[in-house]
Design a protein around this ligand. Sequence first.
Ligand code: ADP
Ligand code: ADP
Length: 228
Amino acid sequence: MSQIQLQNIVKKYGDGFPAVNDVSLDIADGEFMIFVGPSGCGKSTLLRMIVGLEDITSGEMLIDGRMVNDLAPRDRNLAMVFQNYALYPHLTVFENIAFPLRLEKGKHSEEEIRGKVQAASSMLELDEHLERKPGNLSGGQRQRVAMGRAIVRDADAFLFDEPLSNLDAKLRGQMRTEIARMQRRMGITTVYVTHDQTEAMTLGDRVAVLKKGILQQVASPRELYEQP
Ligand code: ADP
Ligand code: ADP
């Protein structure tokens, strides 16, 4: 669990207009926060700065009150799910999900790894597919494996970058429900980037609306819905 605070965050690529322009936002412990806005508004850049994949030009990023601007991604204990899944094609579903645990060398026994992978895969209804390779799975199943890999570790927060945009409409609806359910069950701080209005209005506790790198407003879906 984690509180994430963005204080006057700016990101400039080269000397152009800032991709993220003075964004301040407090994400509470256990909160489900959505970043929404059109392509190019700076959503992914913000998310990547939270994870540590992108340098911050100015401003401060705090996780549980600690400044993390210069902390490497692996030292932040956050779990990211990408749009393109980034699964290992030569590994089975089991080994894809187990991968983050194996990276923490010597920390988990084989039995522990088996237990954690089982727990994650049963929550995501992947039990029957553990010995298959990603190439033989449907888009929805692949997305579940990517989520399994994120939840298998005791991460402090989940970060999703447009995780459903490669799925068809039906699966998108189904996965939306699953993500919402999983987040409530685990009560883990979640930041979710999307350009999809339906996802923005149904998934989160609050929605942060971005436009050209500027934070326009932060409100609950209900408040946004009731706006004139
Ligand atoms: P979004 O996720 O909302 O589509 P991005 O964060 O990807 O927006 O991009 C915000 C802006 O920053 C865009 O103008 C984009 O072209 C630019 N940008 C993103 N990544 C880079 C990069 N690595 N180098 C230069 N410009 C970038
Ligand atoms: P998104 O799906 O968030 O809009 P894109 O598909 O636009 O992302 O960008 C994918 C990758 O390309 C990202 O790593 C991003 O940082 C990089 N990128 C985006 N815009 C630019 C740019 N103008 N110059 C260089 N790299 C960019």
